[in-house]
Design a protein around this ligand. Structure first.
Ligand SMILES: [Fe+2]
Ligand SMILES: [Fe+2]
Length: 260
């Protein structure tokens, strides 16, 4: 296994962790690591004069996340935020980011956009990920938005970074994990931790299988969920196969109906 996959989360001394770096394009894991099983992952993509925050997180961690961003660039220079769905662990800090920079563009789905004003925000720049499914960055790399309906929100989506071949999956492939390893090292352990979350949150195996089918043709080197361990190249195929075959949600709640 590549040594980069052996990074340990240090709860005491956190700095942004580079996940990908090439000329003019860089992805950071922002190093917030609450010692809880529901740890959230936020990411920053830096590309030319664009700084794209992926799933900014809850209000309680805003000031710590701002400090992490400040280790890379002035936080008011965040130009774009991607919000994969409206849950508070993903989006509740949005009002704070918009105070720092009112010109931030918020990339999200129409179903999420309907709900974001309930955080008390208005008048921000909304970019519809269904109408504009490709966000081209200054380097020529792009972020492609891939709908993930009913995983778990009807308007959820994933974001594919064409330079890093990284898929930001939101709650999909999220795991409940209290370990120190940033990257998954043992698939059976990862699958157990993902199962804890998926069986109750994800709608059905039709939804998981359909989403995996949408990813066909994409080369994916990293799966970057919003909770738990990151999934490196050596486990991508296994993780997607696991997801496609997962009984969850209504499959388990109404087992008698799935054969009808
Ligand atoms: Fe969620
Ligand atoms: Fe979440």
């Amino acid at each position: 296994m590549e040594s980069a996959y052996l990074i340990e989360i240090d709860h005491a001394d956190q700095t942004p962790t580079v996940l990908y770096q090439d000329t003019g394009h860089c992805i950071y894991w922002l190093g917030l690591s609450e010692p809880t099983a529901f740890r959230t992952n936020s990411y920053l993509i830096c590309d030319g004069d664009c700084a794209v925050l992926v799933d900014p997180g809850n209000r309680a961690c805003f000031s710590r996340l701002k400090e992490r961003v400040a280790q890379i660039l002035p936080p008011q220079q965040v130009t774009d935020v991607i919000v994969c769905h409206q849950d508070p662990d993903v989006a509740a800090s949005l009002p704070d980011w918009l105070v720092l920079n009112p010109d931030i563009r918020v990339h999200t789905s129409p179903r999420t956009q309907v709900l974001l004003p309930h955080y008390g925000i208005e008048g921000y720049t909304y970019v519809d990920t269904e109408q504009q499914p490709v966000f081209t960055l200054p380097s020529g790399a792009a972020i492609r938005f891939v709908p993930a309906p009913f995983l778990h929100f009807p308007g959820a989506f994933a974001s594919y970074d064409t330079a890093a071949k990284a898929l930001f999956t939101g709650d999909v492939l999220a795991s409940l994990d209290v370990g120190k390893r940033l990257w998954a090292g043992d698939f059976d352990e990862l699958a157990g931790n993902m199962r804890l979350f998926h069986v109750e949150y994800m709608a059905s195996s039709v939804a998981t299988r359909g989403f995996v089918r949408r990813l066909e043709g994409l080369q994916i080197d990293m799966l970057l969920p919003q909770h738990g361990q990151l999934i490196g190249r050596h486990m991508v195929a296994q993780a997607l196969q696991w997801l496609a075959e997962l009984p969850c949600g209504t499959d388990l709640i109404y087992p008698d109906l799935s054969d009808e």
